[in-house]
Design a protein around this ligand. Structure first.
Ligand code: NAD
Length: 735
């Protein structure tokens, strides 16, 4: 079976149908390129064939490069050669003297779009869900199949740079407007008819860049407007990324240099920059986590085996506040019936109005229609009546963060729910095991920790609660750590966990699964980031240096600004609550050195953004660091190197993540990495909080952590698990 079959019609147009055997999608690999080369040979050699329409038998046209193949490239030469081979095939196709038309029946992304760009015309199905784009940058790569050469020559340098440096999808309508597509078709039949007609009408098709008088649309790199853009573009990109994403710089360099060179020379330059990207640590980290580990998670690596797949038809949501309203929206959006309950009708209706607001915006922007809005809203029933929860497969509580209130609604809801239905809490801080004590069937109880705003944040942290035998898939606790529970399990059952997992996938989010612990995984590790920044302030580090260090580390928001957003009073409340809880268990906990700063600011009413003042003064026009911080925390005469600050912020998080793995809170390295990037934005180019350690090498991490501990405190002492791994020469990924 070959990856491309050629059928020649009576009109002399060959239909080349891509259908990579044994794969759900077409991807650019040796098999596909060999078949494409053979199709080009046939087109060139067979006088009966007048032209070719390239399309796909699969639902996509071509999803992009074969990441397995890219991740196996061992050195720059291999990377260079691989892309040059692909380019040779595409160049032969586009200079064959006969028309080649791409009929895009589905997504054409990355290498898939590059194949289409090497065709003389591109006709696409006019389906807003069809994705076109060059997303390579999101894995630290650049389009190495001629994308940086053809795209600027087709749509102009500025638009091409935006497409490649941002990596976002483009809809067919937008692609047509910018000249990336030649035509749109309403149906698959029309698609093929139009592609065929184009080939017949253009028997001597040539690429514009092969015409003797070719000019870049908008000018080449020498044109004044383009040169001006290149003068500021790289520094603007660097200001945003702090130089952490070399692929962005390489894309700009390839396009700039390519815009001064002829087609062939530009193609060679592109392959050199591709090789630099493919060999970069950033790309390895991102491919490892955002491709392999993410795919494994989505395929159910953390889902208990042997439990039949499930779907939620009706969900009950208790509490129609910020979180409940968001959960209602994302559930109704995928067709689930929602009962949105609050203590008053007004509050419940306000929760539903949140969906109305989101949908109104979407309709206005053309991202949804009035019919879809009406359908979604009709699925949300606001109420105060618990009886409406009958028939729910799942009930999620998102009421106030108060044990007694949560226990009350749990009891009321369970009285109406079927014995088999699942009850979930969206608590952000209260251990699930304790909340499950209010449940009459704790094995059906779990944590579903959403992030705010729910409609935007991609992660849900699933928390397995209760005591009892370890659930399937849980790594045994390390030596010296007791196994939770014993007989008479009140632990979340495997079936409940699987059903929670399935629901998270059903609403299009990414689930990670963790065992119960104070702050679970995400809040616990995220807290170390902001607290480290706050501790620096106390030590006399200039607040501006702290904030810049956060951004240089690759975090989406600097620590002091982030604590202001979350609110200092909430941070203090959680810390005090934790202290009380531990005291009631006869345990003590040492307070983080930064907590005294939080307390001090709360005492003077600077509790964060919600009151317009915290570490920053928050105004309509923007925020600025509170000048009086320097009075409370005088800036030390000698300031530490920026590297020291960056390391402190990253090591604090990574070490805590390693402790979570060691304690069995984290059940897998993949959950740890994905949870850190999707949950609180841990520097994506590092591949996540645990990959940060592996990429550096566990022994190097241990050594540097000890240095930081000697200078800044015992919290940096490397997790014993890391010390053990370093001694054995192993990585966390082998754990
Ligand atoms: P919120 O104050 O906006 O909403 C809580 C809602 O619960 C209110 O509408 C309130 O009227 C309702 N409520 C309170 N008691 C009730 C009762 N007895 N019966 C029915 N309804 C009742 O709070 P929120 O920010 O949406 O948080 C809700 C839960 O989600 C909390 O447990 C919180 O810790 C958790 N959480 C919040 C965030 C966040 O960023 N805000 C993130 C993750 C989890």
């Amino acid at each position: 079976m070959t990856a491309i079959t050629l059928t020649v019609g009576d009109d002399g147009i060959a239909i080349a149908l891509m259908d990579l055997p044994g794969r759900p999608m077409n991807v650019v690999n040796d098999e596909l390129m060999t078949a494409l080369a053979a199709a080009a040979d046939r087109l060139i050699g067979d006088p009966e064939i007048k032209g070719m329409v390239l399309t796909s038998a699969k639902s996509d046209f071509c999803a992009g490069g074969d990441i397995d193949r890219i991740s196996k490239l061992e050195n720059a030469q291999q990377a260079f050669d691989a892309t040059m081979q692909m380019k040779a095939v595409l160049r032969r196709l586009e200079t064959c003297g006969k028309p080649v038309v791409a009929a895009l029946n589905g997504h054409a992304l990355g290498g898939g779009l590059e194949i289409a760009l090497a065709c003389h015309a591109r006709v696409a199905l006019d389906d807003p869900k069809l994705k076109l784009g060059q997303p390579e940058v999101k894995l630290g790569l650049l389009p190495g199949g001629g994308g940086t050469v053809r795209l600027p020559r087709l749509v102009g340098i500025q638009q091409a740079l935006q497409i490649m440096a941002e990596g976002n999808d483009i809809s067919p309508a937008k692609a047509l407007a910018m000249g990336l597509l030649t035509e749109l078709a309403a149906t698959p039949d029309e698609l093929m008819a139009r592609a065929r007609a184009w080939a017949l009408a253009n028997p001597k098709a040539k690429q514009p860049w092969d015409a003797p008088k070719f000019r870049f649309p908008g000018g080449d790199s020498r044109a004044p407007a383009v040169a001006q853009m290149f003068a500021i573009g790289p520094s603007m990109a660097s200001a945003r990324s702090y130089g952490n994403y070399p692929a962005v710089t390489h894309i700009m360099s390839a396009v700039f240099e390519g815009g001064l060179l002829d087609f062939e020379a530009a193609s060679v330059v592109e392959s050199r920059y591709f090789a630099a990207c493919a060999m970069s640590a950033e790309s390895r980290n991102m491919i490892g986590t955002l491709w392999y580990q993410l795919n494994a998670i989505k395929k159910g690596a953390s889902r208990p085996h042997g439990v039949a797949p499930s779907k939620v038809g009706k969900v009950g949501i208790l509490g129609a506040g910020m979180m409940g309203a968001g959960i209602a929206y994302v559930s109704a959006k995928v067709g689930i019936e929602v009962v949105l309950l609050d203590s008053t009708t007004e509050a419940a209706e306000r929760g539903k109005a949140y969906s109305q607001g989101l949908l109104d915006k979407a309709v206005k922007k053309g991202r949804s229609t009035a019919e879809k809005r009406a359908a979604l809203l009709s699925r949300i029933t606001p109420t105060t009546d618990y009886a409406l929860l009958a028939g729910c497969d799942l009930v999620i509580e998102a009421v106030f963060e108060d044990r007694a209130v949560k226990a009350g609604v749990t009891k009321l809801a369970e009285a109406q729910m079927a014995a088999t239905a699942v009850f979930a809490s969206n608590t952000s801080t209260l251990p699930i095991t304790g909340l499950a004590a209010a449940s009459v069937r704790p094995t059906h109880f779990l944590g579903l920790h959403f992030f705010s705003p729910v409609d935007k944040m991609p992660l849900v942290e699933i928390i397995v609660g209760g005591t009892g035998p370890q659930a399937a898939g849980t790594p045994p606790p390390p030596e010296g750590v007791p196994s939770p529970g014993g007989a008479g399990s009140t632990r979340t059952s495997d079936e409940t966990l699987a059903r929670g997992f399935d629901y998270v996938l059903q609403i299009g989010k990414t689930p990670i699964v963790v065992n119960d612990s104070r702050g679970f995984y995400t809040s616990r590790v995220f807290g170390t980031y902001v607290m480290e920044g706050i501790t620096m302030l106390k030590e006399g580090v200039h607040p501006r240096s702290i904030e810049v260090a956060g951004l240089q580390a690759g975090m989406p928001m600097p620590p002091l600004a982030l604590q202001d957003e979350v609110s200092l009073s909430l941070g203090l409340f959680v810390a005090e609550q934790t202290k009380k809880d531990l005291a009631s268990e006869g345990k003590s906990c040492s307070e983080h050195p930064g907590m005294s700063v939080v307390r001090q600011l709360c005492e003077i009413g600077r509790v964060g953004k919600k009151v317009g003042k915290g570490f920053y003064d928050w105004a309509e026009a923007g925020k600025s660091l509170w000048p009086e911080l320097a009075t409370l925390y005088p800036v030390a005469a000698e300031q530490p190197a920026q590297r020291e600050l960056i390391d402190r912020l990253l090591f604090a998080q990574a070490n805590e993540a390693a402790r979570c793995l060691e304690e069995g809170v984290l059940r897998s390295v993949a959950d740890g990495n994905i949870g850190s990037i999707f949950g609180w934005g841990f520097a994506p180019f590092q591949g996540g909080a645990l990959q940060f350690i592996d990429a550096m090498g566990v022994p190097a991490f241990v050594e540097r952590a000890r240095e930081l501990a000697a200078r800044h405190g015992a919290r940096f002492e490397p997790a014993p698990l890391l010390v053990a791994l370093a001694q054995r020469g192993r990585r966390l990924a082998d754990h």
